[in-house]
Design a protein around this ligand. Sequence first.
Ligand SMILES: Nc1ncnc2c1ncn2[C@@H]1O[C@H](COP(=O)(O)OP(=O)(O)OP(=O)(O)O)[C@@H](O)[C@H]1O
Length: 250
Amino acid sequence: MGEVVLRVEDLAARFDGRTIFEHVSFEVRRGEVFVILGGSGSGKSTLLKRVIGLYPPAEGRVAILGEAMEGLSGEARNALLRRIGVMWQSGALFGSLTLAENVGVPLEQHTDLPPEARALVARAKLGLVGLADAAGRLPAEISGGMAKRAGIARAMALDPPILFLDEPSAGLDPITSAGLDALIKQLARDLGTTFVVVTHELQSILAIGDRCIMLDKAARGMIAEGDPRQLREESDNKVVRAFFRREVLD
Ligand SMILES: Nc1ncnc2c1ncn2[C@@H]1O[C@H](COP(=O)(O)OP(=O)(O)OP(=O)(O)O)[C@@H](O)[C@H]1O
């Protein structure tokens, strides 16, 4: 097992005094595909935003690549955040830029690379996600599955050791979604990239997840942690079992 690259301890999120979740703790190791799952409104997106520091310091502690997020500000915080890649569910590509130019945007913002070098890196990243031949196309000229792949390539532009994906298969048909799952597994295996994926797609969870946590709205926190296949077989929590076995709770 690789070293711990993300440590979350006793995290809580509250809006206007309403607790969304509390006592959330977990660790993610290098090269793992770690899934955050749970029903609608259980707080998955909120957890993701807290973990990557989009919200002001939350209750609890988060350490990324061994560095505590609390207390970091200004350039030190930005430097740490540059070391993670994020693909938001809503994270659309820039419509007027080609795929290669889209992937080049973070390189332009955060590196001193000259344009030719940026173009080379962008093409290499698109190659990693199987889009080498589409580098010159505009977002309007590609399918939804290709757009997700391009989004992953853009999130990988700065070679982050950790990639966060928010509902990557949302809006995709099952076959395209399975292709995206295969890509995530391949990138984790070949590049050693760590993935933290928010999803509630059972097929994806079972296909890609090395480990997962499950959030629950009623419990306002975690109700399961472990290998998703094992949870499906062995969990004695009825909400967890119902989710993994697609049973209706009475
Ligand atoms: N900025 C906010 N202000 C107030 N409440 C919020 C805010 N963001 C989220 N919430 C509430 O927090 C709860 C969890 O929302 P969140 O979007 O994190 O859930 P989720 O598990 O990602 O759901 P989904 O799968 O539907 O996207 C919801 O009740 C939501 O209304």
